[in-house]
Design a protein around this ligand. Structure first.
Ligand code: AG3
Length: 281
């Protein structure tokens, strides 16, 4: 019997393939190709434009690290903005914090939301929460125009190619800064130090121009190419390690994040530290 493999090709250098038994969803939206496969090892997986976005098996790593790190540093996060995040995983983790009163999520591609509600129901489980306001809109436009102010902003984006490229730029982050409260924290998906060190430098360079405090923290999962991946962290002054407060509880049933991981994630390998040192403060 023929085998079926779904493949992410990385910079034409190498490929990562996952064996699948069924293609559950495939369509072209206004913005990208959206696909969901049933794989043998990773459960259902979402790919946008042939890039792996998340798998049922390991999405907890990315989503817990994006949400719980900033929410364990900000002293009173009441309003959270998520840019992107259409699969719902980040919103699900944020909403585990009962002091968060409202989450505004601005996802450009409704097809991702609909496909994930149907085929990644555990990831999309909180997309109908009364504390979540989901806007199908362009995040760039939203941060430029909104009068709302947020305590924590999370940029849950794809790679910096195609529609997500401006989400790594200076103009965008100036507008993000404008829609934040005192004490605000911003975190963003920041690629892999092994494969995208220049992107990390460029992103932190932008953060350095806008925010008082700039750091980066690491995690690893099965599905993204390059092994080690990062989130950029910026704030108006709060330090991710010195100002850490333990805000997660057993009831949240976390599978990756804990207080030791929180602190360890900010310890960088030497090659990454050296390359990013000019921007870390
Ligand atoms: N965010 C995408 C992370 C980047 C993955 N890149 C890749 N596979 N080349 C995932 C969205 C999860 N909410």
């Amino acid at each position: 019997m023929a085998e079926n493999w779904v493949t992410e090709t990385y910079k034409n250098i190498y490929k990562m393939s996952y064996k699948y038994s069924q293609k559950l969803f495939s369509d072209q939206s206004e913005f990208q190709k959206v696909e969901i496969y049933k794989t043998e090892h990773l459960g259902h997986v979402l790919l946008n434009d042939d890039f792996m976005m998340c798998s049922e098996r390991d999405e907890f790593v990315y989503h817990e690290m994006m949400a719980h790190v900033p929410l364990s540093v900000h002293p009173n996060p009441r309003k959270v903005l998520i840019i992107g995040g259409g699969d719902g995983g980040t919103a699900r983790e944020v909403l585990k914090h009962q002091n968060v009163e409202q989450v505004v999520m601005v996802e450009i591609d409704e097809m991702v939301v609909k496909a994930c509600k149907e085929f990644l129901p555990l990831t999309a489980s909180e997309l109908n929460s009364p504390r979540l306001k989901l806007l199908i809109d362009d995040g760039l436009k939203y941060v430029k125009q909104t009068q709302e102010k947020f305590d924590v902003v999370m940029i849950d984006s794809t790679d910096p190619i195609g529609p997500a490229a401006p989400l790594f730029g200076l103009e965008f982050y100036k507008n993000v800064f404008k829609c934040t409260n005192d004490n605000a924290i911003v975190v963003s998906q920041c690629e892999s130090p092994f494969l995208f060190l220049e992107t990390q430098q460029a992103t932190l360079n932008v953060f350095d121009q806008v925010f008082a405090k700039v750091q980066i923290y690491n995690y690893s999962n099965i599905t993204y190419p390059g092994g080690l991946w990062s989130f950029a962290f910026a704030s108006k002054g709060l330090d991710p390690v010195m100002d850490f407060r333990n805000t997660v509880s057993e009831g949240m049933k976390l599978k990756y994040y804990n207080s030791q991981i929180h602190k360890a994630a900010f310890c960088l390998p030497n090659f990454q530290k050296q390359a990013l040192n000019p921007y870390l403060k």
